[in-house]
Design a binder for this molecule. Structure first.
Ligand code: GAL
Length: 841
């Protein structure tokens, strides 16, 4: 009897399953990344339904075609753009709509495509978006077919370059979603959750929900908002009803009070969710989830930054959006790995320089406890490169600013908006025009209802006006966060400061001006929005370590320091003794930031090396030297200086390596914390015990090289805290493979980052090795990229081989969507072959 029941049950289950569509296919937001066709180059008729794309390449998004290319001096981006190809690409995808979606509203959501994206559905042009970093949505509903397949075609045009001061990537490099909703739904980015009243005992959540009614008749909509804690347990609820006229929007306002809130903090990034349900006549029409958190913060003009009542410095880094050898193609694990490396250093903040980040970056910052400075533009109306966004600014800036703030204003990690970086409009001489109100209206194209012309003083400088417009608009959309701009004109007559529109004075560099900030900007909070710009090549040391090299050479001031960068083999020293003239060295910036309580913190340029801007070099140099971490994700020595200052964890880092010319004078440095002193030994002989002096964040020794072993011992109250040993490495003999994780997810996107080291017969890293390593993969993964952090290497990122650079390289494995093992084998001439297995679950 039981057996019969079981069989009937199974049959019923199978029938039910056959009638149902997969949860993914019926979800509100459906991943639209798979099964695209791609062609690099212009093709006539490519938007048409009948166009034959069978010969095009099949791929899944996100996709960056530039990273697949070869470095070339003649690529239009130039070395500042990464020397990789641009061009124009077409994407096409054929898809079927399900019967159950009839009568629904259907949108396509692009998280980002670079750049000038035109979208066609079934041959009709349905929208264009020029800015390559914004997220945007188009309504597909009236163009969709249910009886035959639909064809979406997307043209992405990055052929006119340079259009950026760094590597942008090319293509649909972020995720794409198909959003399918009932005509009565939560509008695009339609929830706004704030916590206007917060104490330790109680937090009030204010929920604003914009309901869109695309029916032809008015509806009464019941909005249920539930507050869920991190375990998914309901801890508050509110229900209201709003009337929404046909074709219109209505905002519902609700409040939920929560006792004993669990705060979101950098060390304990606790998250709540608001689950919103809409009902018409008792029938559920939409469910929408908003992640939020409870925190208080303030930027103070005298005491600096406070998070949840606690005074602290913003210890941040600037980051560009590329992911090294993966290019701009967004990948959650690659972003997460960058943040893990930075977190381990003690970093607590990210500046998304100088454009809107991928939404996943902010999700990770929420989840991992990073403060975010969320930035819109690197230029306003005045272009920095010939084909950049400045050409579109007048017509598009309102939509792009709105898109950033509407998309990002629920993230607890985002604590400030930046409406620009070093825009040329800041300079007093940039535009002497003063305008009549009518002229201002034309030039700046006032489109916002709430920015009335009556707000404008007749004869106001157009650039001040523009700053005021952008900052005011940010505050209208989100009155809870301050607005800043990263400026590099430090004088108060800077148009941006002069506009009075900024909540936080943001200054890039000009470290020597910090002392005069309280006098120049009385009562204003101050943040060092960009600092340092140190130049370093991992593994390369220019001695003496205590001599400063300032590049690129600029005039008399740096006389005696002039160096020929090319003769230096495109390399910059790792002893914190090399930086650009407008910046300073890392320890100096640290000292100046620590000196004043009123400085809210800093964002170091940059956390990671990025593609493009290889200052102070030119081609074949093609990626930056500014990072604390190199392009492959290997920390440079300076990483440990930050760790010693920004983190509480006991650490000790001794450098450089111990392979030199016999008798050579070598500078040995150590970074440490949680100790009073460090003693250095060379082959067991003490070279003295040293302690950090005030405002100096390292200790150093100058010793003659003899092969053998160096050892640093840190002590606190006479007791050993840590020891570090480095041995002279022998000839390269083998390869060491170390995976960041040996088990990854079988979701087709997860990555295994494998560090490859050339070692001697005893396992010591060979610090100068440059062996070519070949990779072979057997199993359920493929090579997503290879790198070694060398900023002037012409080797391809998409390859199955890489030369070691100062002993190391990286291979990134990507799961292919199935479970099981992938075996990576590394071989090189003269070295013992090594393998490693990564499992996907
Ligand atoms: C800054 C700029 C950054 C980067 C940096 C290099 O002035 O904002 O984008 O170019 O210089 O030092």
């Amino acid at each position: 009897m039981k057996k019969v029941q079981l069989i009937v049950g199974i049959c019923l289950g199978v029938i039910l399953m056959a009638c149902q569509t997969s949860p993914e296919a019926t979800a509100r937001s459906r991943n639209f990344n798979s099964d695209w066709k791609f062609n690099l180059g212009e093709v006539s008729g490519a938007a048409s339904v009948t166009f034959d794309d069978t010969s095009w390449r099949s791929l899944n998004l996100p996709h960056d075609w530039a990273i697949e290319g070869n470095f070339d001096k003649n690529n239009p981006a130039g070395f500042n753009g990464g020397a990789l190809p641009g061009g124009l690409g077409w994407y096409r995808k054929t898809f079927n709509m399900h019967e159950s979606d009839k009568g629904k509203k259907v949108f396509v959501d692009f998280d980002g495509a670079y750049m000038k994206t035109t979208v066609y559905l079934n041959g009709d042009s349905i929208g264009f978006w020029p800015y390559g970093y914004s997220s945007f949505r188009f309504d597909l509903t009236s163009y969709l077919k249910f009886d035959v397949p639909n064809v979406i075609a997307v043209k992405v045009d990055n052929s006119q370059q340079p259009n950026s001061r760094w590597y942008s990537g090319s293509g649909i490099y972020r995720n794409v979603w198909l959003t399918v909703v009932d005509p009565v739904h939560v509008d695009h980015w339609g929830t706004y959750v704030t916590t206007p009243e917060v104490t330790n005992k109680q937090a009030t959540f204010q929920l604003r929900t914009t309901v869109k009614n695309d029916n032809s008749a008015a509806v009464e909509v019941e909005i249920t908002s539930r507050l869920l804690n991190a375990n998914g347990k309901e801890v508050g609820v509110d229900i209201i009803t709003v009337s929404v006229p046909a074709g219109e929007r209505t905002e519902g306002n609700q409040k939920i009070t929560l006792g004993n809130p669990h705060f979101w903090d950098i060390d304990d990034p606790y998250l709540y969710n608001i689950e919103t349900e809409l009902r018409v006549d008792g029938k559920l029409t939409d469910t929408y989830t908003t992640t939020t958190g409870v925190r208080t913060f303030r930027f103070d003009a005298e005491k600096g930054f406070f998070l949840n009542g606690k005074n602290m410095k913003i210890n941040g880094v600037c980051m560009h959006h590329d992911l090294g050898c993966l290019g701009a193609a967004v990948n959650i694990r690659a972003l997460e790995r960058q943040l893990e490396i930075l977190k381990e250093m003690g970093c607590n903040a990210i500046r998304c320089s100088h454009n809107p980040p991928a939404p996943e970056q902010l999700d990770l910052c929420d989840r991992m406890g990073f403060i975010v400075m969320d930035e819109t533009f690197d230029m306003w109306r005045k272009r920095k490169t010939r084909y950049d966004y400045g050409n579109y600014f007048d017509e598009w800036h309102e939509r792009d600013l709105d898109a950033l703030i509407m998309r990002d204003r629920n993230h607890p990690s985002v604590l400030m908006w930046s409406v620009g970086n070093e825009v040329y409009e800041q300079w007093a001489h940039a535009d002497r025009d003063t305008l009549s109100i009518e002229q201002a209206n034309i030039v700046i194209n006032f489109g916002y209802d709430d920015f009335q012309l009556s707000n404008i003083d007749e004869g106001m400088n157009v650039n001040k006006l523009l700053c005021k417009k952008l900052a005011d608009r940010a505050r209208v959309l989100d009155p809870t966060r301050p607005v800043t701009v990263g400026c590099n004109e430090p004088r108060p007559n800077n148009n941006i400061f002069g506009s009075g529109a900024l909540d936080i004075i943001g200054l890039n560099y000009f470290h020597a001006w910090y002392d005069s900030v309280p006098k120049n900007f009385p009562g204003k909070a101050f943040l060092a929005t960009e600092t340092v710009s140190g130049l370093m090549t991992r593994g390369y040391y220019k001695m003496p370590g205590d001599s400063m090299f300032v590049w690129p050479y600029r005039g008399e001031k740096y006389k005696g320091m002039k160096l020929d960068p090319v003769a230096e083999n495109y390399s910059c020293s790792s002893y914190d003794n090399c930086h650009v003239p407008w910046g300073t060295y890392h320890e100096n910036s640290m000292r100046l930031i620590n000196k004043h309580d009123f400085i809210n913190g800093q964002f170091v340029w940059t956390g990671f090396d990025y593609l493009g801007e290889p200052t102070p070099f030119q081609f074949p140099a093609r990626s930056s030297n500014f990072g604390i971490v190199d392009l492959a994700g290997f920390p440079k020595d300076i990483y440990y200086m930050y760790q010693s200052q920004w983190s509480d964890k006991a650490m000790l880092h001794l450098f450089p390596h111990w392979n030199w010319e016999e008798g050579q004078e070598i500078d040995l440095w150590a970074y440490y914390n949680n100790a009073d002193e460090v003693e250095l030994f060379v082959n067991g002989v003490s070279q003295g015990t040293k302690s950090k002096e005030k405002d100096i964040y390292h200790v150093s020794w100058r010793v003659r090289y003899v092969p053998g072993t160096i050892k640093a011992v840190s002590r606190k109250d006479g007791k050993v805290v840590l020891e570090k040993e480095i041995h002279t490495a022998g000839e390269p003999a083998g390869i060491r493979l170390t995976a960041d994780r040996t088990t990854i997810s079988a979701d087709g996107t997860d990555l295994g980052f494998v560090t490859v080291e050339v070692v001697d017969k005893d396992g010591n890293l060979c610090p100068n090795a440059d062996n070519l390593i070949n990779f072979d993969i057997d199993g359920n993964a493929f090579i997503a990229g290879v790198d070694n952090g060398c900023a002037y290497s012409m080797e391809r990122f998409k390859d199955n081989k890489r030369k070691a650079f100062y002993g190391k390289c990286l291979v990134v494995l990507q799961n292919n969507g199935s479970k099981g093992k992938a075996k990576l084998t590394a071989t090189a001439d003269g070295l013992t072959t090594t393998s490693l297995t990564v499992r996907a679950k």
